[in-house]
Design a protein around this ligand. Structure first.
Ligand SMILES: [Zn+2]
Length: 358
């Protein structure tokens, strides 16, 4: 247990440990950097370290406070799930006053004003059981604009016993006034060596496919932990068939029926939302690779094993053909994020093709 279990970002961990050792953890911190590199995990670890009964600049994971901290995090997550399932008015139910460690995430597309108001009122009360109240605001860029002033007030003069850790990939998505009130801890993508080790030992990826897997997870430890070679190949296969068919016809004879080929074969895979998203992400990865050939950056290709084919497809489709593919994918993605039924999303891709051809 402790910070030495973290696989990457030694600099972020060193600065967090230094703050803890000096007993000078700022009231508001901002963890920024690419997705999947452990920002939220480190924030949760820090909540434990701020309260651990045995260690000062680290956490044991085993004392009463460390266990309480985990328990409270789990309970706030349950509370979020419960409130997400409620109708608007009921979401405002008060609560959470007994939780010294809280994880705040978007309830809808946004982190609502009610959530920030609740956080603020709890923050100004004494901790219930632990030394510090720690509020971790994940996906802080989703804080509703109406809540920004409320947040500013609390970040400006944080109560002594409360700490706030904002987590977000891109700090520029936050208001500059919010940003300037937080001490920033930047995170980097994990190194190839760390990810390769993880893929090799934990995921048992064969040497022949290591480079491909490494490119596909692009520096994300979370993506590496979830990477499944067989699933990846099964999911990508329909795209290969699709690209073979449409590219061979050049960009002139691109027709909705070509998309049907893709839909029919992806339908079995895209049977729920998360699946559809994963399938679309693969489509985007292929698309970026096609563009890399046009931009003369073949070294940055992610679908390494398809390099010769990608080069051929890219030449056949040209910029116009690739652009049309991108528009189709974008409309499917927009519908997907708006919770639209996946079949409709695929139909929209086909419809988008028609409209663009007219
Ligand atoms: Zn402990």
């Amino acid at each position: 247990m402790g910070f030495d279990t973290f696989l990457s970002n030694p600099q972020a961990i060193a600065s967090v440990k230094a703050m803890l050792a000096a007993g000078s953890v700022p009231g508001a911190l901002l963890f920024t950097g690419p997705d999947g590199v452990g920002k939220k995990t480190l924030a949760l670890a820090m909540a434990k370290a701020l309260n651990c009964e045995r260690r000062k600049d680290d956490y044991c994971g085993d004392c009463r406070s460390c266990r309480k901290s985990d328990e409270m995090t789990a309970l706030t997550l349950e509370d979020l799930a419960r409130r997400r399932a409620m109708k608007d008015a009921a979401r405002r139910a008060e609560g959470l006053a007994y939780f010294d460690v809280q994880l705040i995430e978007p309830l809808t597309r946004f982190i609502l004003t009610e959530q920030i108001r609740q956080m603020r009122s709890v923050a100004y009360t004494k901790p219930f059981e632990l030394r510090h109240r720690v509020f971790i605001v994940d996906q802080a860029q989703a804080i509703h604009w109406q809540a920004a002033d409320l947040l500013l007030k609390v970040l400006e003069e944080p109560p002594d016993s409360s700490r706030f850790i904002l987590v977000c990939a891109n700090p520029h998505e936050l208001r500059s006034t919010v940003r300037s009130r937080c001490q920033r801890v930047p995170f980097q993508p994990a190194s190839d060596a760390v990810i390769e080790q993880l893929l090799r030992t934990e995921k048992k990826i064969p040497t022949s496919h290591l480079k491909l897997a490494l490119r596909m997870v692009s520096g994300s430890i979370a993506a590496a932990k979830n990477f499944d070679l067989e699933e990846f190949q099964a999911r990508r296969k329909p795209w290969i068939g699709f690209l073979n068919a449409v590219a061979a016809q050049g960009d002139r004879t691109f027709a909705p029926s070509d998309w049907k080929l893709l839909f029919d074969s992806t339908k079995a895979l895209a049977d729920d939302r998360s699946n559809l998203e994963a399938t679309l992400r693969l489509g985007y990865a292929l698309l970026s690779d096609l563009l890399r050939f046009l931009a003369d950056e073949p070294d940055a290709i992610r679908n390494l094993d398809l390099t010769p084919r990608l080069e051929v497809w890219s030449g056949q489709l040209g910029l116009a053909g690739i652009d049309r593919l991108k528009n189709g994918l974008d409309s499917a993605y927009r519908l997907q994020t708006r919770n639209v039924n996946q079949q409709l999303a695929w139909d929209a891709v086909a419809a988008g093709m028609v409209i663009q051809r007219e």
